[in-house]
Design a protein around this ligand. Structure first.
Ligand code: SF4
Length: 347
């Protein structure tokens, strides 16, 4: 698919503090950061020269130093449930996907944080190509602005659940979260931004220490270390006990939600015993449990459990008083599970 470039000024990678520093460096008052925030982030990534009310000298100084970021739309697919997947080429040609998911009057955008992924989860298509590189903060913000430009609507929720492990690219992701939740900028409520991790404990610790303004989703997917290490190699570094200890600490920060993601793989982690062990593991962690029946892809080593098995698993959790929701992969016919669009486009 040939497309016009989607161009954005490099200012989209700056936090409020960064914009204030740039204004000072240019010899202008830091208050102009307000105008930059409103026009660069709220109005779809506007070129500084076209921003009304910005001193001409400051606009010229910024334009001179700007290295605009141009993305291309490589593929654009829509599923019958309204899910829209866009494959975007970054300036160096590397491709990442971002997905818009409608639901109950709200639009959610799934953002990628890396090109490929190093985590090597056995059930994931993205894992097959390994990690190519980290995305920059600008490239993450550009996914949001590009989707808004193409779709004509800004989403209400952001989930960092696309390609990559966000906490493996902590600094760029943390800056992205701060820009996304800046009230005068992209202005997402911190309660509507969720970072999903495989259980990168060093990253969860930093989220806590730095009070990152977002929710945490932990992709758990097993209830014993041997099984988890087999399907998620990250468990060889950080055990279930360790990752749950840090998730528990995160849950105590207040005003933040914890979600536990559990991909159900037939005959691997979907037995009644698994459900009972999951209850024990999560006993003192307030959270919502999302059950995701595996969405098989070509060459997958796993199968999807039957509807009856999924229901029985959920019933055990619900009967024990836990909130457990079965979430279907949205847009299954356009391969909406993580990494699948890119895998298909480059095949
Ligand atoms: S599931 Fe997520 S963390 Fe695991 S390999 Fe795939 S993209 Fe990486």
């Amino acid at each position: 698919m040939a497309s016009e470039p989607l161009a954005f000024p490099s200012l989209i990678g700056q936090t409020r503090a960064g914009l204030e520093a740039l204004c000072r460096e240019a010899g202008a008052k830091p208050i102009h950061a307000e105008t930059l925030l409103a026009h660069v982030f709220r109005h779809g990534g506007r070129d500084p020269a076209a921003i009304p009310g910005l001193p001409r000298r400051l606009a010229a100084w910024l334009t001179e130093r700007d290295t605009p970021l141009a993305l291309h739309l490589v593929r654009d697919e829509r599923a019958s449930d309204g899910t829209r997947k866009m494959l975007l080429a970054m300036p160096d040609g590397k491709r990442v996907e971002t997905v818009l998911i409608p639901g109950q009057g709200r639009l959610t955008q799934c953002v990628s944080t890396q090109v490929g992924c190093a985590m090597d989860c056995a059930f994931c298509l993205t894992a097959r190509g390994g990690l190519e590189r980290n995305l920059t903060t600008e490239e993450m913000v550009a996914q949001v602005l590009a989707a808004e430009r193409l779709h004509g609507q800004r989403p209400r929720n952001l989930v960092l659940m696309g390609m990559g492990e966000p906490l493996h690219n902590f600094d760029a992701v943390a800056r992205f979260v701060r820009i996304a939740t800046e009230p005068k900028g992209l202005a997402f409520s911190p309660r509507r931004v969720t970072l999903s991790t495989v259980g990168h404990v060093a990253g969860i610790r930093r989220m806590i220490e730095e009070r990152l303004p977002c929710n945490l989703a932990l992709s758990l997917n097993a209830t014993d270390d041997a099984t988890r290490a087999r399907i998620m190699p990250v468990n060889r570094r950080w055990s279930i006990a360790e990752v749950l200890e840090w998730t528990r600490r995160f849950s105590r920060l207040g005003r933040k939600r914890v979600l536990i993601e559990y991909v159900l793989l037939a005959s691997v982690n979907d037995s009644d015993e698994n459900a009972l062990r999951l209850l024990e593991l999560l006993a003192d962690i307030p959270c919502v449990i999302n059950l995701l029946p595996f969405n098989p892809h070509p060459g997958a080593d796993f199968a999807r459990p039957s509807e009856a098995r999924v229901s029985a698993f959920r019933r055990i959790l619900v009967d024990a008083g836990r909130i457990a929701v079965v979430r279907e992969s949205r847009g299954r016919e356009i391969s909406a599970a993580c990494g699948q669009l890119k895998a298909r486009a480059v095949a």
